[in-house]
Design a protein around this ligand. Structure first.
Ligand code: GH3
Ligand code: MG
Ligand code: MG
Length: 274
């Protein structure tokens, strides 16, 4: 695990992590380096107090104040970075699922709220997939909970390889997942869902007896071009998963438009049978 306290060259190498205290910390070090550089340049006309032929108390005082000031500010900002990093890690632990490393149900709630604010009044396509592994209880019963866990992890990995970088993957609980596909039309969402379904169909998890276990996934899709609340999309895609189960599992089903009509007056989603 990465240490909480910044070290080595990570002040620069990890500059993309979004810590607010990183920039002031870098500025303190840059300022110290700049002052040392200026000192070296003007050494001829203003000799360095320590080790020079004459010890100038004014220069010594100025130099000492600057040095102490830099050390104090560096310590304060390092401490701020450490605390900020700890907060970020705690936030990330609270929002991610430890088994699959996907985002969890709580993260979905936060995401839905942010999405609702961003999409208010916007007419941009949005698709949501609800995915439920098929006969997963049977996998546990037949091969053990450990194989079930590895199956969940394998599903998450196969899914991450099959979606686009902009898609958001959540483990909602147990063997149920939800993928949010921003700026995605229904046809594109069907293509993504089919990719995930086929990729997982090919996954084989080794068991202790040397045989392999595999199962499939049922997927429900709800897509819209209107400012429909994401919770309505979730409910619609959920209903589509039940339909997929009823039709024999291992398939992709698109939500009925009527299931989306509770949200907005004019929220008529795109529709197509898969
Ligand atoms: P269906 O095809 O109708 O979805 O059937 P199913 O067996 O997949 O669904 P069901 O809801 O009956 O069973 C879900 C199982 O998922 C039961 C539960 O023990 C298992 N499960 C939930 N969370 C975990 C987990 O974190 N690890 C493992 N190994 N199993 C889990
Ligand atoms: Mg389930
Ligand atoms: Mg299931």
């Amino acid at each position: 695990m990465r240490p909480l306290c910044p070290r080595d060259n990570e002040l620069w190498s990890e500059r993309d992590d979004g810590l607010r205290s990183r920039l002031p910390t870098m500025l303190v070090f840059a300022s110290a380096a700049f002052l040392m550089f200026i000192r070296a340049l003007v050494a001829g006309i203003a000799p360095f107090p320590i080790g020079a032929s004459t010890l100038d108390p004014t220069w010594l005082a100025v130099f000492s104040y600057l040095a102490v000031g830099h050390v104090v500010f560096a310590a304060i900002f390092f401490l701020a970075m450490t605390m900020e990093r700890r907060e970020a890690e705690q936030r990330s632990f609270a929002l991610s699922d430890p088994l699959t490393s996907l985002l969890n149900r709580r993260a979905f709630g936060d995401f839905a709220q942010r999405m609702a604010r961003r999409r208010a009044g916007l007419r941009e396509p949005l698709a949501l997939l609800v995915l439920d592994l098929d006969h997963f209880k049977g996998v546990n019963d037949q091969h053990g909970h450990d194989v079930g866990d590895r199956m969940l992890k394998a599903f998450a990995d196969a899914s991450e390889d099959s979606v686009r970088p902009t898609d958001q993957l959540f483990r909602m609980g147990g063997e149920e997942f939800c993928f949010v596909l921003p700026s995605t039309t229904l046809d594109e969402a069907i293509a993504v869902a089919e990719r995930v379904r086929r990729a997982f169909e090919a996954v084989k998890v080794e068991t202790r007896d040397g045989i392999t276990a595999s199962t499939t996934v049922s997927i429900g899709i709800a897509a819209t071009s209107f400012a429909v609340d994401i919770e309505f999309l979730l409910a619609a895609a959920d209903a589509a998963v039940y339909e997929a189960k009823a039709r024999g599992r291992n398939r992709v089903v698109v939500a009925e438009p009527s299931t989306l009509l509770h949200g907005e007056q004019d929220a008529i989603p795109l529709r197509r049978s898969a």
